[in-house]
Design a protein around this ligand. Structure first.
Ligand SMILES: Cc1ncc(COP(=O)(O)O)c(C=O)c1O
Length: 385
């Protein structure tokens, strides 16, 4: 069997329609969208068409969208815009993506106070805790729509409603949600929303930041007047065209896509529970994305399992990070109350549009075999907290 990719929360393959749409812009079609001649105007039209497609997916007005090069850039832009100057207070969830966590940590070093609200054991951040953390000097609340490791959905609507009453702006990182579940940005009630093309069958190098009408965003990159002066730099036309097409395809396919992913995931989880009854499924009862399973295999070390599965032809992920030679457990898994040992024996399996039931069945065989082999050969690494 060909190598099978079950790491679709890390990045996704290009949808064939996206590739088709992009190819001319990497060949015979080119131009700087700011140029006044025909080449430039064709590129401008392509960028604006893409903006309309992304706007249609989110239910927003095209001029409210700012194209960026990555989700990281968009998240950074909002945090550094709202909390410059070393004063004030930020509220973030403790398991935001590093593009928010690390940006907040830098601002904290500059004097901004940061409250990190922990998720509960079910992988959901309690809305009441976020609201309780608000202060008169709170500059921004950042709460993701779907967690990248666990796939759990967060109470963004509730939090945004409470923040609106107090005049506190909200950033919603929807990078993992867009293209997997319906996302109606205005209905969430947030001020800023971020998505990234490469998480839903679009290319690397294009993302978008929705800024609610009337909400401020000072350009974080300074230079030309692109993106209504909110993001200087010549637009990445092929990637933006790809993002637009990915949004159009997602809009058409969202319902079928969700059903396909849920079918793959539910079969995987049911069959795995039957074959390895001691496998522990994290956050299974919470509202969650249709494509993500996170499972601990007690007695099997996650990194070793990942490598064995890779050699067997299956790509999955652990949330652990390697720092100074030691494997550290995922902060997200620790935040939901797992022990370091449990966290280090966990795998994230994120299914995608192009995965099949046959691939899931072959994976289950490999998983059963490799977990068994690992439990025979290696004791679990025990990390002191
Ligand atoms: C929830 C979330 N936010 C932001 C990002 C960053 O996006 P990018 O890879 O486009 O910088 C990711 C990517 O892993 C993510 O999962």
């Amino acid at each position: 069997m060909h190598p099978v990719y079950f790491d679709n929360n890390a990045t996704t393959p290009l949808h064939p329609r996206v590739r088709e749409a992009m190819l001319p812009w990497m060949g015979e079609r080119y131009g700087n969208p700011s140029s006044l001649h025909g080449f430039g105007q064709a590129a401008r039209n392509a960028v604006e068409e893409a903006r309309e497609k992304v706007a249609a997916l989110l239910g927003v007005r095209p001029p409210e969208l700012v194209f960026t090069a990555s989700g990281t850039e968009a998240n950074n832009a909002v945090l550094f815009h709202r909390a410059r100057g070393g004063q004030g207070h930020l509220v973030i969830s403790a398991f935001e993506h590093p593009s928010i966590r690390e940006a907040a940590a830098r601002l904290e070093r500059e004097g901004v106070e940061v409250t990190r609200v922990s998720p509960a054991g079910d992988g959901v951040v309690p809305a009441a805790e976020v609201v309780r953390a608000l202060r008169p000097d709170t500059l921004l609340v950042a709460l993701m729509l779907a967690n990248n490791e666990l796939g759990t959905l967060q109470p963004v609507v509730e939090v945004a409603a409470a923040c609106r009453e107090r005049g506190v702006p909200v950033l919603c990182d929807a990078v993992q949600a867009v293209g997997k579940i319906p996302v109606d940005a205005p209905a969430l009630g947030v001020d800023y929303l971020v998505l990234g093309a490469h998480k839903f069958y679009g290319p690397l190098g294009a993302a978008a930041l929705w800024v609610h009408k009337g909400v401020e965003l000072t350009g974080h990159l300074v230079g030309g007047s692109q993106e209504r002066r909110r993001r200087a730099g010549t637009e990445n036309v092929p990637a933006i065209v790809g993002l637009g097409e990915a949004a159009a395809v997602a809009r058409e396919e969202l319902t079928a896509r969700g059903a396909h992913l849920v079918a793959l995931r539910d079969r995987f989880e049911a069959e795995l529970a039957r074959r390895l009854p001691d496998a522990i499924f994290h956050c299974q009862a919470a509202p969650r994305l249709p494509n993500t399973s996170h499972v601990a295999f007690p007695g099997a070390e996650g990194e070793s399992l990942l490598i064995r599965l890779d050699l067997a032809g299956f790509a999955v992920s652990t949330g652990s990070a390697c720092s100074s030679g030691a494997v550290e457990p995922s902060k997200t898994l620790l935040a939901i109350g797992l022990s370091p040992e449990e966290a280090l024996s966990s795998l994230r399996i994120s299914f995608g549009l192009f995965n099949t039931q046959e691939e899931v069945d072959a994976f289950l065989d490999a998983l059963e075999r490799e977990v068994g082999a690992l439990r025979r050969v290696s004791p679990v690494a025990v990390v002191q907290p």
